[in-house]
Design a binder for this molecule. Structure first.
Ligand code: UDP
Length: 512
């Protein structure tokens, strides 16, 4: 009874609240943050995802699906100031940055920072001031906006707690400043597990030449946040979550895996993040015809592109493995020279025809959670983006780990070394650190063949993956740790927002 009273109280507290959710304009951020909005709305609050027109269009089906389920989730559009910074009209997502130069990336970041003005104008025009803004870690420009408007600001960093704690420790102990080169090995200090890493594979988001100011803003906004929500759960990352919360000295709630909150409605789920470049029914019936846990799903997420030679090695390796596979091969869709070379090879070889009894290529965006949740899917060759990592874990699918950049190398360690649900492909660093003669190849077709066999045959690993999936489900259900953390976050925001409202009223009264 007491527990029911508690939950009832939490729902009542939530009913009055309006959250804004402001993700970085990248698939790996928007997708989980739309799901956070959904989770908040499932507690009776209102949640509005504020993003740019291109991204709003991509996520409309998912949001509409949530609304059909009776949840108060909305999308609000603010104009993207890209063109003012030389970014072409319509380029509003990191996944559109294929084959552009570094200057364009920096211009895009400057344009993102300039979203502060349209965001503030949008909030000021609302009939009632929202209570809380859930800000992407990569959107620290929201901090002064929240300060001016008197709104609670909860920061959502999109990587794992493992990565957050490791990079925090490396920064705090001045390790980055001491090392001679990007590939010099060193041990992460003050870390719950032994991890020998290097700067090429373990650097903070925004820790790049040319983004020093943006990186400073992000670190400052991290230290002044009213709290953090992290897309993870205690059973896989408890020590890292606690370590990060203690290091930052701020409230930290582990509220994931958010993919467990993907739409119940199958059609809406199939367009999660973007419309699929394939007939979803065709994929599902193709999977229906395969035995349980027999299919390897291959995807490198939304941003990472392999060199053409590496794609070819991979293609030959999976073909030789003999296992059925679905491959989200976005290299076959992009407009780059590398993509053209991939297409030319695929067509010249008659590859698709040759493997048609067991291989399905999706040239572009695949309905990833629909594929991973199918019982025929038994392995995931993944670039280890944090969302992909959580999606593998939540669906009980063991991973063949192939990190390419950023926090992907830390997710590989978590999957393989900490959780025991992964097999390494053998990649050691982002391919830009390879000698030019390698032409982007780190994993040969023979390596692929061997790793796929090890992954697909590994019964003990698969059993462990299934145990974790069961734990993920429990964490998100009533009584589970992530469910409880979400309840606590909403209660905390409710109290803090009331305090901020009183402060605003007092300020107004003193002016009149
Ligand atoms: N995704 C998808 N279809 C694709 C590629 C990616 O649905 O063809 C989704 C994937 O399920 C994940 C997100 O896009 O939720 C990508 O995030 P992640 O952190 O895995 O990688 P990133 O794209 O940020 O490198």
């Amino acid at each position: 009874l007491e527990r029911e009273g508690e939950l009832g109280g939490a729902m009542a507290a939530a009913a009055e609240l309006h959250f804004l959710v402001v993700p970085l304009i990248a698939q790996g951020h928007i997708i989980p943050m739309v799901e956070v909005a959904r989770l908040i709305a499932a507690r009776g609050a209102r949640a509005t995802v504020v993003t740019t027109p291109v991204n709003a269009a991509r996520n409309r089906a998912v949001v509409e699906g949530a609304r059909r389920e009776g949840l108060a989730v909305e999308l609000a559009e603010i104009a993207f100031p890209g063109p003012e910074f030389g970014v072409p009209e319509g380029l509003e997502n990191m996944d559109q940055l294929v084959d552009v130069d570094r200057d364009m990336y920096l211009s895009l970041q400057r344009a993102i920072w300039a979203m502060a003005a349209p965001l503030e104008a949008y909030v000021r025009a609302l009939p009632r001031r929202p209570d809380c803004l859930v800000a992407d870690y990569c959107n620290p420009w929201t901090a002064p906006v929240c300060d001016r408007l008197g709104i609670v600001r909860i920061v959502m960093p999109c990587p794992s707690a493992y990565f957050l704690l490791a990079t925090h420790s490396l920064t705090k102990h001045g390790v980055y400043g001491r090392v001679a080169g990007e590939l010099e090995p060193y041990e992460v200090p003050d870390f719950p597990v032994r991890a020998v890493v290097n700067t090429a594979t373990f650097r903070r988001f925004l820790q790049w030449p040319g983004l020093e100011e943006e990186e400073r803003d992000a670190t400052e906004a991290e230290h002044t946040a009213d709290g953090f929500v992290i897309n993870t759960f205690r059973d896989i990352e408890g020590v890292f979550i606690d370590g990060y919360a203690a290091a930052l000295g701020r409230r930290t709630w582990a509220i994931g895996p958010t993919c467990a909150a993907a739409n119940a409605d199958a059609d809406a789920r199939a367009s999660r993040g973007n419309r699929a470049d394939v007939d979803v029914g065709r994929i599902l019936s193709w999977l229906d015809a395969r035995p349980p846990a027999s299919v390897l799903y291959i995807s490198f997420g939304s941003i990472s592109h392999l060199a053409a030679k590496q794609v070819i090695e991979l293609a030959r390796g999976v073909e030789a493995s003999g296992w059925p596979f679905v491959w989200a091969i976005k290299e076959a869709k992009a407009t780059t020279a590398a993509a053209a070379a991939v297409r030319e090879w695929l067509d010249g070889e008659g590859y698709e025809e040759r493997v048609k009894d067991r291989g399905l290529l999706v040239r572009g965006w695949a309905p990833q959670v629909s594929i991973l949740s199918h019982p025929a899917t038994g392995g995931f060759l993944t670039h280890c983006g944090w969302n992909a990592t959580l999606e593998a874990i939540s669906h009980g699918v063991p991973a063949l780990t192939w990190p390419t950049i950023l926090d992907q190398f830390s997710s590989e360690r978590l999957l393989v070394d900490v959780l025991g649900v992964g097999v390494r492909s053998g990649v050691t660093a982002p391919s830009m650190y390879l000698p030019a003669e390698a032409e982007g190849v780190q994993v040969t077709s023979a390596d692929v063949e061997k790793a796929v066999a090890e992954l697909m045959d590994g019964a003990a690993r698969r059993a462990r993956a299934r145990e974790l999936a069961a734990k993920a489900r429990v964490a998100m259900e009533e009584g589970g740790s992530s469910h409880a953390d979400m309840t606590d976050m909403i209660r905390y925001v409710s109290e803090l927002a009331a305090k901020k409202r009183h402060e605003r009223d007092a300020q107004l009264n003193s002016l009149t």
